[in-house]
Design a protein around this ligand. Structure first.
Ligand code: SF4
Ligand code: SF4
Length: 81
C-alpha cells in the first residue's frame, strides 16, 4: 500500500495567514480537513522527477525516461513535512 499525502488544512487553498480558515472563519491546523478542502495549486508546481524521492534510484518506475520536467503516477515527495 502506498503512503499518500494527507488532505488537510495545511494544504488547503482556503487557509489564510495566521492559520484561519477562509470558509469557516475559525482557527484550524493540519489535524483538520473538511468537505470544502481545495488543494493548493502551488504544491503541484514542483512535481517532476527531480523532486521525486525515487529519482535515480532502483524504485523509479520509469528509469529510462525519468528526467527534469518529467512526471509519472509513481511520483513521491522527498519529505513528508
Ligand atoms: S476549507 Fe476545510 S480543509 Fe480548507 S482550511 Fe477550511 S476547514 Fe481546512
Ligand atoms: S516521477 Fe516517476 S519516473 Fe520520475 S523519478 Fe519519480 S518514479 Fe521515476
Amino acid at each position: 500500500m502506498s503512503i499518500r499525502l494527507a488532505n488537510n488544512c495545511k494544504h488547503c487553498e482556503n487557509l489564510m495567514e495566521g492559520g484561519k480558515c477562509k470558509v469557516h472563519g475559525v482557527q484550524v491546523s493540519n489535524s483538520y480537513v473538511c468537505d470544502s478542502f481545495e488543494m493548493k495549486s502551488a504544491l503541484k508546481d514542483d512535481r517532476n522527477c527531480t523532486s521525486c524521492v525515487r529519482y535515480e534510484t532502483s524504485d523509479c518506475a520509469n528509469p529510462e525516461k525519468a528526467a527534469p520536467g518529467m512526471l509519472c503516477t509513481q511520483w513521491a515527495p522527498q519529505t513528508a513535512a
